[in-house]
Design a protein around this ligand. Structure first.
Ligand code: NAD
Length: 274
């Protein structure tokens, strides 16, 4: 399988489809990531708070893949939202991952009760300059948080990883990302499975001889978004990557667009402060 890449605004190429490991325990993460890499995934999304960076690192080390064939993302947790906390936090992640650098480092949440995320962004720029991450981005940032970062006058995040699935489409946020040339990465792209029983999606899947998960992933990909579906089941891991052999029509994309209910799975980033 050849996975398309998205050129981030700093020039870093990022695979448009990757593998997420939220809620996968450390020992399970090693097996799941090994299966994903054998299936052909080349991008892995983890986070400090997931507690499984070491398992991800073991799978990477044992895969035999060259470092430049892989794209690894991890995230800064809220307890480290301070300029001088970013570098030690990333160095600890790198040690667990057994890497010299990640490809993408994200501020996990803005926690906007204070301006700490702005200071953390300055730390993100430093670790990028040091080469500890190739690219620096954010997660769960709302348009006002992106505007505050823009006002700092430095660099802008390359990626905003946000909750995005058929029941929560956040059009204004996606537009705000695009206005800043920030790539939109969808977390819980399958709505943690909830999207897959929707009758409209099931009907589109039948029309293509595809599965509902494959249809939802196509809906994201055809609109230029990065996706990181998660599964620990080998057949589903392979299924979620096998999405480059068919295309949804404009009408089918519209039918999925019509399923937006503004319904979140995770916390509201405006309210979540850890
Ligand atoms: P997801 O939308 O990827 O759904 C995963 C679940 O969907 C699986 O556990 C399984 O139950 C089901 N599923 C997966 N493939 C399937 C298939 N082919 N057929 C049927 N069912 C299938 O949900 P997620 O894990 O929450 O999100 C994906 C990734 O996004 C995470 O692993 C993590 O890396 C990232 N994430 C980031 C944040 C953040 O705050 N930045 C929050 C949540 C998740």
């Amino acid at each position: 399988t050849s996975i398309p890449t998205i050129a981030l605004h700093d020039g870093t190429p990022m695979p448009q489809l990757g593998f997420g490991v939220f809620q996968v325990p450390d020992d399970g993460a090693q097996a799941a990531v090994a299966t994903a890499l054998e299936s052909g995934y080349r991008s892995i999304d983890t986070a400090t708070i997931y507690g499984n960076e070491a398992g991800v690192g073991r799978a990477i080390a044992e895969s035999g893949l060259a470092r430049d064939e892989l794209f690894v993302t991890t995230k800064l947790w809220l307890t480290d939202l301070a300029r001088d906390a970013v570098r030690p936090a990333l160095e600890a992640s790198l040690e667990r991952l057994r890497l010299d650098a990640v490809d993408l480092y994200l501020i996990h949440w803005p926690a906007p009760a204070t301006d700490d995320y702005l200071r953390a962004w300055e730390g993100m720029e430093e670790v990028r300059a040091l080469g500890l991450t190739r690219s620096a981005g954010v997660s769960n940032f709302l348009p006002e948080h992106l505007d505050r970062i823009a006002e700092l006058g430095g660099t802008l995040p390359t990626v905003n990883q946000i909750e995005l699935h058929p029941a929560l489409q956040s059009h204004e946020l996606v537009s705000a990302n695009a206005a800043h040339a920030i790539a939109t990465e969808a977390w819980s792209p399958l709505g943690q499975g909830a999207a897959l029983t929707d009758p409209a999606i099931v009907a589109i899947a039948q029309a293509h001889g595809a599965t509902p998960a494959q249809v939802v992933l196509r809906w994201h990909l055809q609109q230029g978004r990065i996706v990181i579906p998660k599964s620990v089941t080998p057949s589903r891991i392979a299924e979620n990557l096998d999405v480059f052999g068919f295309e949804l029509s404009g009408e089918q994309l519209n039918a999925i667009d019509a399923l937006d209910k503004g319904e979140r799975i995770g916390p509201d980033p405006a309210q979540f402060n850890g």
